[in-house]
Design a protein around this ligand. Structure first.
Ligand code: TYM
Length: 331
């Protein structure tokens, strides 16, 4: 809570081209809070460098992610939109919280284990303490809700554990955040291996539909999606590919699973896949058009970033001072 107003906080890494998983699992749900909550949505560039980035690409994607936030309906007048590295309080609090986070807790994080396998030549300390920086993001703003996909739930739970530990030693420091996971889009799977999460870092571009793919590419990718040898469009155990496509179709059209089953009764997978591709394109083409307009105006984006960072820094400083006072730092 900040000044009696509930707070929503979330972030997206500018570490790759954003996917429909990022859109359906997270960004699309951010605007639901704009009216009633104080909302902070961050482009988390400091998190992105836990994996090697090409500097020019990181810079470009930082602008792009901010432009996508706005194109997806986040009004910078109603939401605080900013870049993580513009508010140094994040990394300052992260150091402090590192001293309240256990080695064993961080060792259990599945994202750390996955990323260590994937980047075996670069298992750096930042990758290990990644969740502590994420906890700092959330706790700095006295956050009540954190809209994320299910893959981030473990990190938000660790954040709660850190906050509980800190609050036990220094009462009333942090608000306890709650992860909010959208039922429908919580885990969008890869089109090539539907038991694996769709991920912006996947090397197989056909496994992933990007928010900025053109219509033909979207339709082609859905056409090629891995399914099964059955022919009935039905949500059932063992039909991971079809279940995933039904989830995606449901998210884009608002139809329920049983409505979808009825709609495709007597039709084959080919018709269904085409419909999923078209529904995805219909939803995202207007977003893309807005995105291009916004991205073309770099001065506007820089103004949004600056205003967002000033606003965020104001609240972040308040929490950081409180934390330092409680710890006994001379401030
Ligand atoms: P990131 O950048 O990996 O993903 C951004 C958001 O997209 C969601 N997501 C998905 N949802 C459903 N299906 C998928 N296939 C899929 N792929 C990604 C993620 O769950 C996430 O919500 N650590 C975070 C960024 C972060 C953050 C924060 C989030 C940093 N600080 C503070 C919340 C609060 C991350 O790596 O997200």
């Amino acid at each position: 809570m900040l000044n009696e107003q509930k707070v929503s906080y979330s972030g997206v890494q500018p570490s790759g081209n954003l996917t429909i998983g990022n859109y359906l699992g997270a960004i699309k749900n951010f605007s639901a809070y704009s009216e009633l909550y104080k909302c902070f949505y961050c482009v988390v560039d400091s998190h992105a460098i836990t994996v090697r980035q090409v500097p020019a690409e990181l810079r470009r994607r930082t602008y792009e992610t901010l432009a996508l936030y706005i194109a997806c309906g986040l009004d910078p007048e109603k939401n605080t939109l900013y870049v993580q590295s513009h508010v140094p309080a994040h990394t300052e609090l992260a150091w402090i919280l590192n001293c309240f986070t256990m080695f064993g807790e961080l060792s259990r994080m599945t994202q750390f284990k996955d990323k260590s396998e994937k980047h075996a030549d670069n298992i750096n300390a930042g990758l290990f303490t990644y969740p502590v920086l994420m906890a700092s993001d959330i706790l700095l703003y006295q956050t009540d809700v954190v809209p994320v996909g299910i893959d981030q739930k473990q990190h938000v739970e660790l954040c709660r554990d850190i906050a509980t530990r800190f609050n036990q030693l220094y009462p009333d420091t942090f608000t306890m955040p709650e992860p909010i996971i959208s039922k429908s889009g919580m885990r969008i799977m890869s089109l090539a291996e539907p038991t694996k999460k769709m991920s912006k870092s996947d090397e197989n571009a056909n496994a992933v539909v990007y928010i900025l793919d053109d219509k033909d590419t979207m339709i082609r990718k859905f056409k090629r999606a891995v399914t099964d040898s059955d022919t009935v469009v039905k949500y059932a155990e063992g039909k991971d590919g079809i279940n995933n496509l039904m989830t995606i179709y449901s998210c884009f059209t608002g139809k329920t699973i049983s409505e979808i089953e009825k709609e495709f009764e007597g039709k084959g997978y080919g018709d269904f896949k085409l419909a999923v591709g078209e529904a995805c394109a219909d939803a995202l083409m207007p977003v893309q058009e807005k995105f291009r307009q916004i991205l073309a105006d770099k001065a506007y984006l820089e103004e949004v970033m600056k205003k967002g960072a000033d606003e965020a820094a104001y609240y972040a400083r308040k929490t950081l001072s409180k934390v330092k006072r409680k710890l006994g730092f001379v401030i």
